[in-house]
Design a protein around this ligand. Structure first.
Ligand code: GLN
Ligand code: ZN
Length: 749
């Protein structure tokens, strides 16, 4: 058997199944309606289906162990024995211990869930400390390798690499640094490599994406050390170190200096990798796996451009293979399931299955010299471009992104709103009951007509308004009962957006999302939220907040155009939102919240790219929000408390009020914000809505007292951490009672 890498590969493939079979099976197992054997059978069926599809497409280097019941970082934690004692002690079966780490059980909260680099995928953060006893547990990787071999397919098991694994982990004892455990962990990876080799594995893929972010020299040394030691293992498979999402920079020469046999580079998100490679000059004996097909977006590859990039790499390395830029986990499974898409759009798209074909074609083209390529696509239909929007954007002036000074705005707003000190409010959504979801589904399916649906939603809005009045909140919301998802809702109403029927992508565990596709110029066809907000406002004298999703978040949770700069698309969305803000204002809405929970998560991974991003992100937000008069109050909401590099950008958004996550960070975020010179309204979340726990009034009082020590009461707002859509009414009512009572107590002094 040849041990060359192969000509074409993918770094990973969706594991959810074309019809979300895995989600359904896993949830059925959790609900107790199927047993572990039935779950295992479904999972094995999905795996074999994927390998066969990849082989039949002509891929000659096929990954395995990319399947996961929940998350691949968690799988790697299990493979190296990093199961925290708090779960090991539960005495559950192996599978249930795994799900306990993923989802928590009554006695033990789950591992922390966090964003996988700058994607919308979330991984479980391994907990590592001095007592973690690493031990090789290659059972899953071996099982999947053997399963594939049984159907005649030789595969390359994939694991998160040791350095990235520790860099993504968190210490269970504060103050420790997981990377200090690298020497021990390398021993365990060495054991895993030996076990794989003993089974006949030829190649293993170790993912080291942590090195596409800025790393210290010591961390780069750790990477070099890790692979020097792993390569020294006798009887091991060949090692392919995969990286993705940006450029490797200084970690590239470090890796090239180790004996690893193959290195994967993302040439889509990190075109700079090519220059760096050209300057490296020590590629003898190495395979470069060139990530030429975008694993993050849904557009067909420009094959001609990809071939010339591939040819440039071929000139540098002994052997070049073609791959996707990253795992295909981030795109929907199969375009052929989409029968309702506009053919003009459809012919421009490639989902995971189609991307495999592209990789195969590119691999062949690079080996054989360019063969016959499909004809280039015709130009996009003129109808996708909107002259009015483009004209408006071209005519924008700096003043369009500028409001009056804050003191003058604050005075005008206060004269109109007459709010007490420490005004109370919520972030927008109220609990999404089953009944509401059913009503929306019935409306979509045509079983409920427009009038009946509207009546049903209005009844809900009225109920939520009355509840807030009874509770004594100061600034009310309509509760968002009509919204499925905060981006999809707007995507459905804007031109230039398309929705898919089956375009599901895993977000975390069994949760899948169906991001819209932005394909053309974005324009508002009609007011989007004005009816709901004005109806809500008509029911009460208290101010009701209009509720919009900001341009950055709309882009972050959609598949975006790649034919123009993101900032231009953001400005188009912003113009639509600007019109919406003006319409809300004209309809008598005095407070408007524009949510930007994705502002930080979309931040580029390399510091050098961050300023340009923040510039367009901030200016799009300002374009959306600066069209209103001084006495209209603009709020924004961010779902986190560690602002990091975006902290000055938050000040630059120039919102009158910023609500943030704070309850878990104990209000420290207020100091950070104050340190940037932020001097406008701020609402640190005083109730952690991510758990059903009801905070006591005393707790809220204490949180507010520590907040008042940093922020004067005139600028301090009282609100929960985030929207309440995932909560139940029992805890919402009790918690809001405590929140309002605590604010009243502080006002009394
Ligand atoms: N307004 C939204 C809500 O309350 C905000 C959600 C979010 O920030 N993720 O649900
Ligand atoms: Zn939030």
């Amino acid at each position: 058997m040849s041990t060359a890498f192969g000509q074409s590969t993918v770094l990973g493939y969706p594991r959810i199944g074309g019809n979300r079979e895995l989600k359904k099976a896993v949830e059925a197992y959790w609900a107790g309606s199927i047993d572990a054997d039935e779950l295992a059978t479904t999972a094995a069926g999905l795996r074999v289906e994927v390998w066969r599809a990849l082989r039949d497409a002509g891929l000659d280097a096929i990954p395995s162990n990319t399947f996961s019941y929940y998350d691949h970082v968690l799988d790697t934690a299990v493979a190296v024995g990093a199961v925290p004692q708090r779960f090991a002690h539960l005495g559950l079966s192996e599978l249930n211990t795994y799900f306990a780490m993923a989802r928590g059980v009554d006695a033990e909260p789950a591992l922390e869930l966090t964003k996988w680099f700058d994607t919308n995928y979330h991984y479980l953060v391994p907990e590592i400390d001095d007592d973690t006893v690493f031990a090789a547990n290659p059972v899953k990787a071996l099982r999947e390798y053997r399963e594939a071999r049984e159907v005649g397919i030789e595969t390359r098991p994939v694991l998160v690499g040791p350095a990235t694994f520790l860099l993504l982990a968190k210490p269970s004892v504060p103050g420790r640094d997981p990377i200090d455990r690298l020497p021990d962990l390398i021993d365990v990876y060495a054991d895993i490599l030996r076990a794989l080799a003993a089974d006949g594995v030829q190649w293993v893929q170790l993912d080291e994406p942590a090195y596409v972010t800025d790393r210290t020299a010591a961390e780069i040394d750790a990477l070099r050390e890790a692979y020097n030691r792993l390569c020294a293992v006798q009887q091991r498979p060949k090692i392919f170190v995969a990286t993705y999402f940006a450029t490797l920079d200084d970690a590239l020469p470090a890796l090239l200096n180790t004996p690893v046999e193959a290195i994967g580079l993302d040439l889509v998100a990190g075109p700079g990798n090519l220059q760096r490679l050209a300057g490296a000059g020590q590629l003898r004996g190495k395979t470069i796996v060139a990530g030429l097909v975008d694993g993050r977006n849904v557009w067909r590859t420009d094959l001609r451009a990809a071939i010339s990039a591939g040819a440039a790499v071929t000139g540098l390395a002994d052997h070049v293979a073609v791959s996707t830029s990253c795992s295909l986990l981030h795109v929907p499974v199969d375009l052929s399931a989409e029968t309702a898409l506009d053919p003009n759009l459809r012919q421009r798209l490639a989902f995971a299955r189609q991307k495999v074909d592209e990789v195969v074609l590119l691999g062949r083209a690079l080996r054989n010299g360019t063969t016959s390529l499909p004809a280039p696509l015709p130009a996009a239909p003129a109808a996708w471009y909107d002259g009015t929007v483009r004209g408006r954007l071209a005519a924008l002036r700096a003043a369009d992104r500028q409001r009056g000074g804050y003191p003058q705005r604050a005075a005008a707003q206060q004269a109109r709103l007459r709010l007490p000190a420490l005004p109370t409010t919520t972030i927008g959504s109220f609990p999404q009951t089953d009944e509401l979801r059913k009503a929306r589904a019935a409306y979509r399916a045509g079983r409920l007509d427009e009038a009946a649906y509207t009546e049903r939603m209005r009844a809900e809005v009225e109920r939520v308004i009355r509840l807030q009045e009874r509770l004594g909140l100061d600034v009310l919301v309509h509760g968002e009962p009509e919204r499925n998802d905060m981006v999809q809702y707007f995507g459905e109403q804007l031109s230039g957006f398309a929705a898919t029927e089956h375009g599901w992508v895993q977000s975390y565990g069994s949760r899948c999302v169906r991001p819209p596709i932005i394909y053309g110029d974005v324009a508002r066809k009609a007011p989007m939220t004005v009816e709901w907000s004005t109806y809500a406002q008509s029911l009460t004298d208290r101010p009701v907040k209009g509720m919009l999703t900001g341009p950055v978040t709309i882009l972050a949770w959609s598949f975006v155009r790649s034919d123009q700069p993101l900032g231009d698309t953001a400005d188009q969305v912003a113009l639509a939102l600007r019109d919406e803000c003006r319409d809300l204002e004209a309809a008598g809405v005095r407070v408007i919240q524009v949510d930007e929970p994705a502002l930080r998560e979309t931040l580029p991974l390399r510091a050098a790219d961050q300023k340009a991003y923040l510039d367009w992100a901030v200016s799009a937000f300002r374009l959306a929000t600066c069209g209103v008069a001084d006495d209209t109050q603009i709020h924004t909401h961010l779902c986190y408390s560690e602002f990091g590099e975006v902290i000055t950008a938050i000040d630059a958004l120039d919102a009158d009020v910023t609500s943030i996550e704070a309850s878990r960070s104990k209000m420290e975020v207020l100091d950070d914000l104050a340190a940037t010179g932020y001097r406008r309204g701020v609402g640190p979340g005083v109730w952690d809505i991510h758990s059903p726990r009801v905070p006591s009034r005393a707790e809220v009082v204490e949180a507010l007292r520590s907040a008042v020590a940093v922020v004067p009461a005139e600028r301090l707002w009282v609100n929960p951490d985030c929207g309440l859509k995932t909560r139940g009414y029992a805890e919402v009512q009790a918690s809001l009672e405590h929140l309002v009572a605590a604010a009243a107590e502080l006002r009394r002094g």
